[in-house]
Design a protein around this ligand. Sequence first.
Ligand code: CAA
Length: 258
Amino acid sequence: MTAYETILVDRKGRVGLITLNRPKALNALNSQLMNEVVEAATAFDRDPEIGCLVITGSEKAFAAGADIKEMQDNRFPDVYLDDWLGPWDRLGQLHKPVVAAVAGYALGGGCELAMLCDILLAADTARFGQPEIKLGVIPGIGGSQRLTRAIGKAKAMELCLTGRMMGAEEAERAGLVSRIVPAADLLDEAMAVAETVAAMSAPAAVMMKESVNRAFETTLAEGVRFERRLFHAAFATADQKEGMAAFAEKRTPDFRHR
Ligand code: CAA
């Protein structure tokens, strides 16, 4: 496996685990970490033995945002021409489902990274926010867009304009996170969710992710049409035959992910 310096990479069964690992900087997202996360996630996405990914941080911080010290002297032409932060978009384009397991701070780019994932599990210690305004900038990895879609304009506008953090309970009430778990159980829970997803038919899981995400990109009629086409396409998979035969025969399906 490739050697990384800012992340830890592991695999358990069909789950690929990426742990952000810059403890001294609260997992601040510098360019090296961005490139390593994108590279590791892309490798898992292409690996037929992997069905689901988990991205997590430390007990204290999922990630405290883009690395302020790295970016403070940036100049417009350089970041514009380099498409700085652009590689993060590739995380949103992964085929396989990604679970974010968030404990502690998920601020700025950290909150944005969590929102790039498909299932967001929060420890009771999680704190979310887009504090970029306090630095004289705005979010740059989709925070103003994805937070607004997740929790609505009123709350997103207040959080983005004031830089206020919200705790796990408020985030769950607002619809940002799917579930809160005790901090000590966070990784086990996230791995269990990922193992459940990874055990499903891989083509069905990828179709499901694509279809749900389409809801954010299109009209209802087009989204339903898209879903119907993928639903029809699912009948071309061996796993559909296996899944339905297993139901009829009252046994557990043995999906081959084809
Ligand atoms: N970038 C660089 N370094 C950071 C960092 C960041 N985003 N967040 C924390 N660190 C560093 C601190 O500088 C400190 O390093 P030193 O020990 O060398 O001084 C170390 O991590 C520990 O941080 P603190 O001492 O500040 O820890 P704390 O517990 O007192 O506070 C915190 C925690 C409230 C999260 C605070 O660190 C903080 O406010 N961090 C910045 C949060 C932020 O503004 N994030 C948005 C960044 S901009 C962005 O993300 C843009 C975008 O959309 C892409």
